[in-house]
Design a protein around this ligand. Structure first.
Ligand SMILES: Nc1nc2c(c(=O)[nH]1)N[C@H]1C(S)=C(S)[C@@H](COP(=O)(O)OP(=O)(O)OC[C@H]3O[C@@H](n4cnc5c(=O)[nH]c(N)nc54)[C@H](O)[C@@H]3O)O[C@H]1N2
Ligand SMILES: Nc1nc2c(c(=O)[nH]1)N[C@H]1C(S)=C(S)[C@@H](COP(=O)(O)OP(=O)(O)OC[C@H]3O[C@@H](n4cnc5c(=O)[nH]c(N)nc54)[C@H](O)[C@@H]3O)O[C@H]1N2
Ligand code: SF4
Ligand SMILES: [Mo]
Length: 768
């Protein structure tokens, strides 16, 4: 850049920053109390650099906050981070606008109107906490501990989860959005390779792969900085890319082979591929012999699944199916079979689909080698006793799910079971909900059901930072401090380059917001719970850091982050797996013990009824779920979503790109208006929208009614039989234009092997 232009730019940047500060000072009153005493490093432009950890999404990239005169002026990646270095994504960069969002929850609030109306009175922290504690005690005394439920997600929720555990309920829903996100994939890999290869992190070495398979997994739209980087490096190094997606996703645009599969038939494709490589001897015999059990069962089970059988089911050409598997097989064992992340797609068959991905990786020997699934390298940190609260609930417990879902209990109770029990009192009443870091009305299927359940509760409270739909339905709202205003934890990541870092406050909490630890400790005191003996989170962090021979001070002197040596690849002659058998389990004995399929079977998910298309969804790169929709910068970037509709279908319906429509689903539920994106990039039997839009809270002034919410037309779900997660892709929609309901033409033949969904009775013009 020319020097003069650079100077001009910096001058205008400074002006912008100054304006921001002025605006901030006039709008906000800084909080009196400070919990943090972060160390300061010298930085540019006179700002201090404070290392911390992003939580605009759950990838938690190491960051530095640049602070001037007590105000955050910029967020960058921590240059010491092996994961992201100085890079943050659009959302990470915009954390500043979350911190200074004028719509934020500023004070403890008590509901004054009806539940859902969002009418509140400001109260003191003492009043708010006393009221929450009083109601918890009352419900526990009257109905027992199981009547208490806790919906939680993210770092803010962890301390309070301890309280619910200590109270004796197993009705919590565990991080990270287990029953709406990674649950089926996490379980499948835990049982197959003995660790959660697809959980908060995906241990897949795309960087060193010679071929990559993405089923769904829309990397590039789904943005996690280091994950995207490794994927891009892999492609730059010449990795072949096979993408399976009913929609021409961002990775489809980079693929060597793109398979526009019929939604819900991925397992058929995977089983046919397995059969093909076993028959043709294109698998890694040595790896399978030395390290796996269950090969013969897999071989036997997949015999019936030929490529010719799969082709009409998946609506793909046999040649293309073959070409794809040959491309992957050629690269073995350096094949990145991406384990997926969001896995709660169709309910039945979700765990099996991810198990099938694991088996394919095993057959290719793509485990513990460069380019395959790799082993995590644990980073040592000490256990902090003073952070402890609550034991795992005793067994046998009055469980909501153990009879139904044998593998749920490790992770809490499925959200759908808690909601049903709250509605029906069966198998026992659930009467009080605590909510922390999760916007349940927008992220759990069938929000109408959820609202009905809330109406029946004795009490509901949430800890929130924004006036979301969930806050509107709460009796008491506790204003939490954002990730930029608090200490949370030591984050130790066991990745290709393991590292350890700490979240610490970049600025003081604003308004009357308080840290999750302070809130949990104050609540515990009022409930006479003997927890949280430490004074603050720093004490917990110092205890944990001792395990790595560090202190907060020494960590800060190291730029807030230390790296460790990795051990991701292993000697494949003598691999040890942390499974029941000690081997990689291609057939899972634990599943068989519970009368579940030990090897995946293909269970078809019903095709759309005539006149309807399946509703599918995904991400836009600049937003995280609903949590960023009100963020000024991100809202400017991508204020509303669009409905992807196939061009041929649109042509027959007389619909044009950019027109505004609504969706109506099989139960008559209607969406907010949404603009059409007419494109050949989606199959005619599906429509697609980005998740997170269509806010129903007026107090989110920038997000309110912008675009449409997928959740409000997701009324029907099925539970995964293994672990109880509820599906999101089992709903069908028609298009409403003005007063007319338009059928979506049936352009994809449905073979007899796939039943069509039977409409019980056509409902229309229902709830919105
Ligand atoms: N920008 C951004 N990035 C994010 C997030 C975010 O909110 N914003 N959230 C993060 C989180 S928590 C998660 S879990 C991940 C989720 O991201 P992923 O794990 O990538 O989610 P998927 O559901 O696998 O991918 C969505 C894709 O699946 C396709 N799809 C729909 N139905 C089918 C089907 O039946 N078969 C196949 N093969 N494909 C199908 C859709 O067209 C879409 O392209 O993203 C993470 N990254
Ligand atoms: N229909 C549909 N449903 C989905 C998905 C989908 O794609 N479509 N995706 C699923 C997936 S993969 C996931 S992971 C889940 C995510 O589900 P959620 O975690 O519920 O996602 P968000 O909508 O971001 O809601 C998070 C809430 O936490 C609040 N919050 C953010 N930071 C803090 C904090 O520091 N403290 C407190 N107290 N609150 C905070 C935000 O304001 C927001 O209201 O959704 C799942 N549900
Ligand atoms: S991917 Fe983006 S939003 Fe997520 S942690 Fe990293 S910088 Fe933050
Ligand atoms: Mo997720």
């Amino acid at each position: 850049m020319k020097r003069r232009k650079f100077l001009k730019l910096s001058a205008s940047a400074c002006a912008a920053l100054a304006a921001l500060e002025l605006q901030g000072n006039s709008m906000f009153r800084p909080a009196a109390a400070s919990t943090g005493k972060p160390a300061m490093l010298p930085g540019s432009l006179g700002a201090k650099d404070i290392p911390s950890v992003c939580e605009m999404c759950f990838w938690r990239c190491p960051i530095v906050g640049k602070v001037k005169n007590g105000r955050l002026v910029k967020i960058e990646g921590n240059p010491k981070s092996p994961a992201n270095s100085t890079t943050v994504c659009a959302r990470g960069n915009s954390g500043i606008q979350l911190l200074y969002d004028p719509d934020r929850m500023k004070y403890p609030l008590k509901r004054t109107g009806e539940r859902g109306e969002g009418k509140w009175a400001r109260i003191s922290w003492d009043e708010a906490l006393d009221e929450v504690a009083h109601n918890i005690k009352k419900v526990k005394d009257k109905y027992g501990p199981h009547a208490l439920a806790y919906f939680d997600h993210g770092a803010s929720a962890e301390f309070m989860r301890g309280i619910f555990k200590d109270l004796g309920t197993e009705n919590y829903t565990n991080e990270p959005a287990f029953f709406q996100c990674v649950g089926p994939a996490a379980l499948a890999f835990l049982k197959t390779v003995g660790y959660v290869a697809s959980g908060t992190r995906q241990y897949i070495d795309m960087k060193n792969a010679k071929a990559i398979l993405l089923m769904g997994s829309h990397i590039g739209e789904n943005v996690h900085v280091s994950h995207v980087r490794e994927y891009m490096e892999g492609l730059q190094n010449g990795a072949k890319l096979v993408v399976v997606d009913p929609r021409f996703s961002a990775p489809a645009g980079k693929a060597d082979l793109y398979l526009p599969i019929r939604p819900g038939t991925d397992t058929a494709l995977l089983l046919a591929w397995m059969n093909f490589i076993i028959e043709k001897g294109l698998y890694d015999r040595e790896f399978v012999q030395n390290n796996c059990i269950g090969f013969d069962s897999v071989k036997e089970a997949v015999k019936k699944y030929t490529i010719e059988w799969a082709a009409p089911i998946c609506d793909l050409k046999p040649d293309e199916i073959k070409k794809a598997i040959l491309m992957l097989a050629e690269a073995r064992p350096h094949v990145a079979i991406h384990p997926g992340r969001h896995a709660t797609w169709y309910g039945r068959g979700d765990t099996s689909r991810h198990q099938a991905l694991g088996i394919l990786a095993g057959l290719f020997g793509a485990v513990g080698v460069p380019g395959g699934l790799y082993f995590p390298t644990p980073v040592k940190k000490a256990h902090s006793e003073c952070a402890e609260c609550g034991e795992e609930p005793e067994t046998p417990v009055k469980s909501l799910q153990d009879d139904y879902y044998p593998f749920a209990s490790t992770f809490g109770s499925p959200t759908s079971k808690i909601i049903e029990a709250s509605l029906t009192g069966d198998p026992y009443p659930v009467r009080l909900w605590g909510i922390n870091g999760v916007n349940i009305l927008q992220t759990i299927p069938n929000p109408y059901h959820t609202m009905d359940a809330i109406r029946k509760l004795d009490f509901i409270f949430c800890e929130e930072i924004m006036p979301t739909e969930t806050a509107m339905w709460s009796d008491i709202v506790l204003p939490g401090a954002t990730y930029l205003e608090r200490f949370d934890a030591v984050y130790a990541y066991d990745l290709l380059t393991p590292y350890l870092t700490v979240r610490q406050p970049v600025v003081k909490p604003m308004f009357e917001a308080r840290s999750p630890f302070w809130i949990a400790r104050e609540l515990a005191k009022r409930l006479d719970i003997d927890c949280f003996k430490c004074n603050d989170v720093e004490e917990i962090i110092e205890e944990e850091l001792k395990g790595a021979g560090l202190t907060l001070k020494s960590l800060d002197e190291n730029g807030g982050l230390v790296k460790f040596k990795a051990n991701p690849y292993r000697d494949r002659k003598d691999l040890k797996f942390n499974t029941s058998s000690g081997k990689m389990e291609l057939s899972v004995e634990d599943f068989e013990d519970e009368d579940l399929d030990p090897v995946p079977e293909f269970i078809p998910t019903p095709a759309p009824p005539e006149g309807y298309a399946r509703l599918i969804y995904g991400r836009v790169p600049v937003h995280t779920f609903t949590r960023t929709m009100n963020n000024q910068w991100l809202n400017n970037e991508w204020p509303e979503n669009q409905l992807w509709l196939n061009d041929k279908a649109a042509g027959k319906m007389g619909l044009k790109d950019g027109e505004e429509v609504q969706l109506e689903n099989q139960d008559g539920a209607r969406s907010l208006p949404i603009k059409l994106k007419v494109t050949p990039g989606i199959r005619p039997d599906a429509v697609y929208m980005a998740h997170g839009y269509g806010s129903r809270s007026k107090q989110l002034t920038k997000a309110y009614e912008k675009g449409a919410s997928d959740q409000f037309v997701i009324t029907m779900y099925e539970n995964d039989p293994f672990m109880g997660a509820s599906s999101h892709r089992t709903n069908f929609v028609r298009i409403v234009k003005g007063k007319k309901i338009l059928d979506i033409p049936d352009l994809c033949p449905v073979p007899p092997q796939i039943p069509r969904f039977q409409l019980k009775h056509a409902k229309t013009g229902g709830k919105r």
